[in-house]
Design a protein around this ligand. Structure first.
Ligand SMILES: Cc1cc2nc3c(=O)[nH]c(=O)nc-3n(C[C@H](O)[C@H](O)[C@H](O)COP(=O)(O)OP(=O)(O)OC[C@H]3O[C@@H](n4cnc5c(N)ncnc54)[C@H](O)[C@@H]3O)c2cc1C
Length: 310
């Protein structure tokens, strides 16, 4: 029972049952219960992104892809503007705003503020326990690789000397027939495990570790799925370096801040930052990770800004 709780909680809180704040644990555990429970979106998570973009544009918002916010400008403790760079052309410009909502990790927020980051805030961020990274393997397989009656989510626990054994579990998500994630007769298997972020940033052995993790993950998965060269059609792996490259998250860390008592709820990072008109949303803030969680933090900020303008 304890092991089951540890595995379930770690997925959400980053830490085991011993360390997870009780209120967070109660919520996280009930999220996966029937009648709501966990479910797949038809057409995958891409559908959610598409709807978000549609709604943003419907309401007059503008989404810039391949643009980086390089700096948040602060004058007299007021957030006054941001510096944006077009990744393709290299062109950069300053955009001023009444409110700036940063949708980045709190570590990235401190970097974006540079020397204007309040000292106490910076210290709090530096003192956070190391955050987790993820190793994820994405397989496109023939439907025959999936056992009959296979549930859409599985969690495997390992005890071993290999890299996955060290981090002890694989969380697996399997597509269902006609759910829009794979063509007819094919399926997807996505398996992720928690990893420490640091070792993935040394160039010399990056490919070696990535291959080791990939092979071990496939050999574990092959105990449940029928994985042979003839059933694996496509394979890709993502490491903390991948998450860093594609999302710019500091060290490619994922999952936000562990939901331990000292960083949960009122003790966590607030949406309101110590700098006027600068807000923080996303998985570093309450209630933490997950698309539902980060949407809730954004909604909280919208309500607070609206109440200021009333
Ligand atoms: C392997 C894995 C599987 C997951 N599975 C699920 C799942 O099934 N369901 C679920 O609900 N959640 C899942 N999650 C969690 C979910 O992905 C995260 O909680 C969520 O994406 C966090 O949202 P965010 O807005 O805080 O950060 P992000 O998703 O990182 O969004 C921040 C965005 O800002 C952009 N950005 C960053 N810095 C800058 C900058 N300087 N300038 C401009 N843009 C910038 C990034 O490119 C990114 O697009 C999973 C996470 C992982 C790692």
């Amino acid at each position: 029972m304890r092991t089951f709780l540890d595995l379930q909680l770690k997925l959400y809180s980053q830490v085991n049952a011993e360390e997870t704040a009780l209120l967070y644990a109660a919520t996280a555990l009930s999220v996966s219960q029937e009648p709501q429970g966990l479910f797949h979106l038809e057409g995958s998570m891409q559908v959610l992104s598409d709807r978000l973009v549609e709604s943003l544009e419907r309401d007059g918002g503008k989404l810039l892809m391949r643009h980086t916010v390089e700096h948040i400008k602060v004058e007299n403790n007021n957030c006054s503007a941001i510096v944006i760079r077009n990744q393709k052309t290299g062109e950069s410009w300053t955009e001023s705003a009444e409110h700036v909502v940063a949708n980045v990790t709190v570590q990235n927020l401190v970097q974006l503020l540079g020397e204007k980051a309040p000292k106490g805030y910076k210290k709090r961020v530096e003192n956070l326990p190391p955050a987790s990274g993820a190793f994820v393997i994405y397989l496109g397989v023939d439907q025959s690789a999936i056992p009959p009656e296979c549930p859409p989510h599985l969690q495997f626990l390992y005890d071993g000397n290999g890299p996955i054994g060290e981090n002890n579990s694989l969380f697996v998500s399997v597509s269902r027939v006609n759910d829009g994630r794979a063509p007819v007769g094919k399926a997807t298997i996505i398996a992720s495990s928690f990893v420490d972020v640091d070792k993935w940033f040394y160039q010399e052995n990056y490919d070696v570790i990535k291959t080791e993790f990939t092979q071990e993950a496939i050999s574990h998965l092959a105990k449940f799925f029928y994985l042979k060269p003839e059933t694996i059609i496509h394979q890709e792996a993502a490491t903390p370096r991948t998450f860093y490259n594609f999302t710019a998250r500091d060290k490619g860390m994922v999952g936000g801040i562990g939901q331990r008592i000292p960083t949960f709820g009122p003790f966590g990072f607030a949406n309101r930052t110590p700098i006027n008109n600068l807000w923080l949303v996303g998985d570093s803030t309450h209630p933490g990770e997950g698309t539902a969680g980060v949407s809730y933090s954004a909604l909280t900020v919208v309500r607070q800004i609206e109440s200021l303008n009333r």
